[in-house]
Write a protein that binds this ligand. Sequence first.
Ligand SMILES: Cc1cc2nc3c(=O)[nH]c(=O)nc-3n(C[C@H](O)[C@H](O)[C@H](O)COP(=O)(O)OP(=O)(O)OC[C@H]3O[C@@H](n4cnc5c(N)ncnc54)[C@H](O)[C@@H]3O)c2cc1C
Ligand SMILES: Cc1cc2nc3c(=O)[nH]c(=O)nc-3n(C[C@H](O)[C@H](O)[C@H](O)COP(=O)(O)O)c2cc1C
Ligand code: SF4
Length: 621
Amino acid sequence: MNRKAHLFKNEFIMAPLKLGYCHDKDGKVNARHLEFYQKRKGPGAIIPEPFYMDAGLRENPFQLGIDSDDKLEGLQMLADVIHANGASFIAHINHPGRMANPSIPGNYFWSASANPCPAGGPIPVEMDAKMMADATHLMKDAALRAQQAGADGIELQVGYGYLLAQFLSPITNQRSDLYGGNLENRMRFPLEVVIALIESLDIPVMVRLSASDLVPFGINPDDSKLFALKLQELGVVALHITAGSACTSPAWYYQHMLVPKGKNWEFAAGIQEVVSIPVIYHGRIHDKKDIDFLRKTYQARYFSLGRAFVADEEVVGKLFGLQDEPIRPCLACSEACLGGVKAGKGLGCVVNPLVNTRFPDLQPADLPLHVAVVGGGLAGMQAAITAAKRGHKVELFEKNELGGQFRLAWLPPGKESLDEIVDYFKRELDYHSVIIRKMEATPWILEDEQFDKVLMATGSVPAIPPIPGLCDYHWAEVLEKDNLPTGKKILIIGGGLIGTEIAVSLIGHHNQLIMVEMMEDIARDMEMIERKVSLQKLVQHKVQIYTNSRVTSVANCSVSIENSKGELIEIADIDQIIVATGMKSYHPFELTIPFTWIGDALKPGKAEDAIKAGYEVALSL
Ligand SMILES: Cc1cc2nc3c(=O)[nH]c(=O)nc-3n(C[C@H](O)[C@H](O)[C@H](O)COP(=O)(O)OP(=O)(O)OC[C@H]3O[C@@H](n4cnc5c(N)ncnc54)[C@H](O)[C@@H]3O)c2cc1C
Ligand SMILES: Cc1cc2nc3c(=O)[nH]c(=O)nc-3n(C[C@H](O)[C@H](O)[C@H](O)COP(=O)(O)O)c2cc1C
Ligand code: SF4
């Protein structure tokens, strides 16, 4: 039998993403999983989330399992849904080793050596021969069960700092036996597992490999080339190339917007030079431009997309040119996908209101209305597009520029990708023939023109605390290029998301920065990877941070700060004060015709809230 035949039905492969949808924590496939995968149309293969092979090896409490036969029925349903979409089902098998989730009771931690992950986690047990045999057996059993459930192939995880990568990496493998030391020894256990799988399965085996840990002395691209050659010799049918590790370089693992795009692609090209089996390019491949670049620059033939499928379930049809609408872009923010999984809510999406929500599919409106949307921020634009899609005649009023506050969100360093959603919304407005009125809406215009319904998406404005003497201050507008202060002593009042982003943006401009925050911690509402990176930068640049403290008065260029112990601190010679103490809804007027507040105008929140609110209100029209 030709094991390689048609494993990929086309060149697009959906990468594994933990969904965190087993709300009953039973590890079984449920309606949420089936619906999620059923909606992902068009890929040549889908690699669902890793299935835990043992209840003591879970990466997430809400993960799918493959550890027992009672999971088979659900896995078969999953296979059927994927097959009905015309895709192959590739089961991803991962032993997390020391990276099993330490907060799950009963989890155990094994590794090549007894080194804990420096980012946290217990000291793992160094595996002996019996433990290696047991782990191999577990992986083989899981793969056989996947085959029984209808999987067309197996992807073995040898990357991202999980068990097999812990054997490969000189950082985590300090053994002095046959399984440690030089590359040949470090490769030995992963290769033994590959052999065990290939020998026992009738379906092909591919490998996911971090070509580099992207940390000094870790797995490097040259070693990965030699390893890739060995995998090819053993009969592995394809290599899914990525980079980074769950422990030491999560920003690379999750291809966060803060790390440069394209590094993974260079690594994949390096591997492609030495092997003849398919090499799958991966990491922030989001649109036609990326595909064209990869084809032209590296002659790439296979592409794996993760979050692009979350942001737009129809991305493949749009890449193939079968649908005209623009691709809804993944912003690489990790905010609601990774953030949702970590928070126990399950994978969601900032830009796609249909992920992990119970909104019904769009239906044409029973009675088309003449709708005005006031405010072209994220909430207003999403509402206008959805209402227009349902057949309403929509006019959108914006007094400044489309995008609203979010036009400031992408200005901090590394966050440029956030701008893509504003661009997308503009194209969608055009595509759905929303009439844009570049003017301030007033009650008399709206009432005169007799709109049937007005959606008030007027956003929010900074909430300024009543601090005696505070009269000359700035807000997030300092992020704009022409406003960026340089060489100044700056006090930032408020250390939430916006205050912290402002601080990070100003440190590169020779400013001396002082932050004052009433709560015990700063950046609490920031996405976790961005938060970690931002806090590191603030520490490196010696930003003075006063938590549990509040500014009590301002006089000339001096400020008084009081901490929770009642101690007073005076800071003199301040050149500029920036206030980022939260937002309050902006209600410029009310109307006598039917209207509804939405987005920040109803309750200040984040981009995800604004977009969901816009979608939801348009469903009700
Ligand atoms: C610096 C900064 C960074 C941020 N970073 C993030 C982030 O990383 N992640 C995240 O999720 N969220 C972030 N946010 C929050 C996010 O931008 C907001 O939650 C979201 O944009 C709110 O959208 P909205 O449409 O409700 O309101 P707004 O964006 O405030 O839009 C309101 C619009 O209404 C217009 N308008 C008002 N009155 C009228 C009128 N009478 N006629 C015509 N037009 C009118 C305004 O000009 C404006 O364009 C950030 C916000 C800021 C300021
Ligand atoms: C919420 C989330 C969960 C993920 N879980 C896994 C996982 O369990 N195993 C894995 O190999 N990769 C996992 N990934 C990584 C993705 O497969 C992919 O490498 C990453 O999202 C970058 O690619 P993209 O830009 O195409 O999304 C996860 C990513 C996200 C965002
Ligand atoms: S939450 Fe952000 S990173 Fe995650 S899929 Fe949506 S847009 Fe992409």
